[in-house]
Ligand binder design. Structure first.
Ligand code: DX5
Ligand code: ZN
Length: 216
């Protein structure tokens, strides 16, 4: 199964953001994970459209935008225009999820839905064939550097069965507390994309850590 690493730049050194993006450009990471937090849906505020626009001028990898915002639908087109290649919205924030997913796909980019740790994968039963990816949170969203929630493995396996039994190509991404140990078990459970923030950026050689994570 294809393996992708998406470094979360929430853990990057913002004073050296250009250099951090350059490191990712030269690494074996396939995507760049970009966490947008509004201080309402999650108890933290990160960055938004202007920073993404600037990253897009130098990034050579697709920008994987994770919207942790209360009302994401009006922001789909602005984020696409700022450079997003993949947009993830939270199940918990979309009253008309089908409409929001269609809007993302109409922009010609990948559409993905994220589930908080407490939200069951069964709720995706109807929408699953429409999705390019499902993002499973393995921490409560809002901060980097949190401890991985162990029940995620079971959730990944269940979602993998739902996808395979229907012959779908939907990717599974996991976000939060990913390191060498959790990453290995996640790939074994059927994950395609690992997001990694603090483990990767705080390592002595992030570029090497990306390669190591790919071959755990
Ligand atoms: C958490 C964010 C994550 C975060 C992961 O709300 O969605 O993408 O950056 O950070 P680590 O890998 O440090 O748990
Ligand atoms: Zn994220």
């Amino acid at each position: 199964m294809k393996r992708i690493i998406a470094p979360s730049i929430l853990a990057a050194n913002f004073l050296e953001l250009g250099k951090e993006i350059e490191m990712i450009n030269q690494s074996n990471a396939e995507w760049i994970h970009y966490d947008v937090m509004d201080g309402v849906f999650v108890p933290n505020i990160s960055f938004g459209l202007p920073v993404l626009e600037q990253i897009n001028t130098i990034a050579k990898k697709p920008l994987d935008v994770h919207l942790m915002i209360t009302d994401p639908t009006p922001y789909i087109i602005p984020f696409k225009e700022a450079g997003a290649s993949i947009i993830t919205v939270h199940y918990e924030t979309c009253v008309h999820l089908n409409r929001t997913i269609n809007l993302i796909k109409e922009q010609g980019i990948m559409a993905s839905v994220c589930l908080n740790p407490h939200t069951p994968v069964d709720l995706l039963d109807e929408i699953l064939p429409e999705l390019d990816m499902v993002l499973l949170m393995s921490v409560n969203p809002g901060y980097g550097g949190q401890t991985f929630i162990e029940s995620t493995y079971k959730k990944v396996k269940k979602l993998r069965r739902m996808i395979d039994s229907r012959g779908l190509k939907t990717l599974i991404e996991v976000d939060g507390g990913v390191n060498h140990n959790t990453g290995k078990k996640l790939f074994e459970a059927g994950v395609n994309v690992l997001v990694s923030g603090s483990y990767l950026f705080k390592s002595s050689d992030p570029k090497q850590t990306i390669s190591d994570l790919l071959s755990v």
